[in-house]
Write a protein that binds this ligand. Structure first.
Ligand SMILES: Nc1ncnc2c1ncn2[C@@H]1O[C@H](COP(=O)(O)OP(=O)(O)O[C@H]2O[C@H](CO)[C@@H](O)[C@H](O)[C@H]2O)[C@@H](O)[C@H]1O
Length: 478
């Protein structure tokens, strides 16, 4: 089966968050199951640099008024279709934000063009490769099924995966004439309170919709999580699926990780202490046996980082240490930095994005705190499980589906893999930290939790099979 995946990020070429990890790892897992995936993504500078000279496959003279060249390349096992439109994608700054941190004003066009290229490839633009199905990720690729629906050519089956319904690709309705769609497309698919919503368009037109965990698939039917789209999602409830993310267990393997100081496994857990030492030095922490908590995250409200900032003094008073790696909202960056200044030796904060450091933090910290208000799946708790860095998580979305709370029954059954807490409030997190420190002091129990986590299946194997099953259903073969 040939699948066209359309996405705005793919690890290891370009990553701002978890979408890239999934878009990068899923094709490799599907390959083993006989699915041939080609991934269409924009030719950002980082992507062009990494792929080097590439074969032009075809020229698009007019994608919503823009010319583009489609390049074929392979990179670390990924079969790529890179859309090279220099005016749109070759810019200083990130995939979505300019160097000053503002959204590019033409993001509507940059990702409509990506989607238009995706739709044309899906509908036969390439002479020697025809996808059977198109799998689009998030709002940036969400116009693919919309363009297919309103084109004269027959559409092919499509799957929309929602990684985060908070990001919807919502734009002023005056872009509508530029999208080259018939007027009725607005009323039928795209209209959202007088604006254009790309994500809504895909929820209405894709043949199936998936989210990245079963719990989140339930949650987005609820106004508390649906971010205004719960009604539209409900209208497609029959076609809604929840498939939990896996992780790349080769890139995230403590037994073979070149980015950490000492490799280790479930039977050589003691060697973690060498990573703990490196981490302690890196962040200038006190050398003692008190637990090190870490946070690796976008610093946003979604991730509960304001709640974290609120309890740092208590975490320190309880005897814990904390290291934070992240970037995001300036107010939260400031709050965390000032907490680090208040607690030298106890709290270390590094702002910015640093993939190698994120590995060392998982390998050297005792626990990872994830106090998200909502979390479609979450990946850092899965890395934590694999690295024996015990996840302390809010009971929501994928965090709910992947972590077994260390309650008495789970501890007795030796099934616990982490700590869950319900209310994302200062008091909720404070209690969870207290409970974690208590468990940490009981070394035998703590090691049991670590080992149980390290044995958990966080690979893509089961979930890739679930996607294959869904693909087959969409093709009418399942
Ligand atoms: N400063 C930093 N330096 C280095 N690495 C950093 C970093 N900040 C974050 N990361 C990394 O970025 C990724 C973040 O993944 P998440 O799943 O936590 O969230 P995100 O909200 O981006 O993704 C959305 O999509 C994913 C994929 O479906 C869902 O799991 C998730 O719930 C949803 O919100 C992880 O690989 C993490 O290690």
């Amino acid at each position: 089966m040939n699948v066209l995946s359309v996405t705005s990020e793919v690890y290891p070429l370009i990553k701002t968050g978890g979408l890239a990890d999934v878009a990068g790892a899923l094709p490799l897992a599907l390959d083993v199951l006989g699915i041939n995936t080609r991934t269409l993504l924009p030719g950002y500078p980082a992507v062009m640099d990494k792929i080097g000279p590439a074969n032009p496959l075809m020229h698009f003279p007019d994608l919503l008024g823009e010319a583009a060249t489609l390049l074929a390349a392979t990179y670390e096992g990924l079969d790529l279709l890179v859309l090279d439109a220099p005016d749109l994608y070759r810019r200083a700054g990130g995939p979505y934000l300019d160097p000053t941190g503002q959204d590019y004003v033409d993001n509507w066009k940059r990702f409509a063009v990506l989607s238009m290229a995706g739709a044309q490839i899906a509908q036969g633009a390439l002479a020697d490769w025809q996808p059977d199905l198109v799998h689009v990720h998030d709002w940036q690729a969400a116009l693919v099924p919309v363009f297919m629906r309103y084109s004269e050519k027959p559409e092919i089956p499509s799957l929309l995966t929602i990684h985060n319904i908070a990001f919807q690709g919502q734009f002023a309705a005056n872009i509508l004439p530029e999208l080259n769609l018939p007027g009725h497309a607005y009323w039928e698919a795209l209209e959202y309170h007088g604006t254009v919503s790309y994500l809504k368009g895909a929820i209405v037109t894709a043949h199936a919709i998936s989210t990245v965990s079963p719990s989140y698939a339930e949650e987005i039917l609820d106004p508390a999580y649906g971010m205004g789209l719960e009604g539209v999602v409900a209208s497609r409830a029959d076609s809604l699926h929840g498939i939990v993310n896996g992780i790349d267990i080769e890139a995230w393997n403590p037994a073979k990780d070149a980015l950490i100081t000492a490799s280790y496994g479930v039977t050589t857990l003691k060697k973690r202490s060498l990573n703990r030492e490196s981490l302690t030095k890196h962040f200038g922490l006190d050398h003692d046996n008190s637990p090190i908590f870490c946070v690796i995250s976008r610093l946003t409200w979604q991730k509960g980082m304001d709640v974290l900032a609120e309890i740092i003094d208590d975490l320190v008073a309880e005897g814990g240490k904390l290291v934070v790696l992240g970037s995001g909202e300036p107010g939260l960056e400031w709050a965390l930095k000032t907490a680090a200044n208040r607690h030298p030796g106890r709290v270390g904060v590094q702002l910015g994005y640093n993939e190698p450091l994120s590995h060392l933090m998982q390998a050297g910290s005792d626990a990872i705190i994830i106090p998200s208000r909502f979390e479609p799946c979450g990946l850092t708790q899965l890395y934590g499980l694999r690295y024996g860095c015990v996840p302390v998580v809010a009971r929501t979305g994928g965090l709910n589906d992947t972590i077994i709370d260390a309650n008495a029954a789970a501890l007795n059954a030796k099934a616990a893999t982490g700590i869950q807490f319900a209310a994302v409030t200062a008091e909720g997190l404070r209690q969870a930290v207290r409970r974690t420190i208590r468990l940490f002091k009981d070394t035998k129990t703590w090691n049991q939790i670590q080992k149980q986590g390290m044995k958990a299946d966080v690979s893509w194997e089961t979930s890739a099979q679930a996607y294959v099953h869904l693909y087959h259903r969409l093709l009418g073969k399942g």
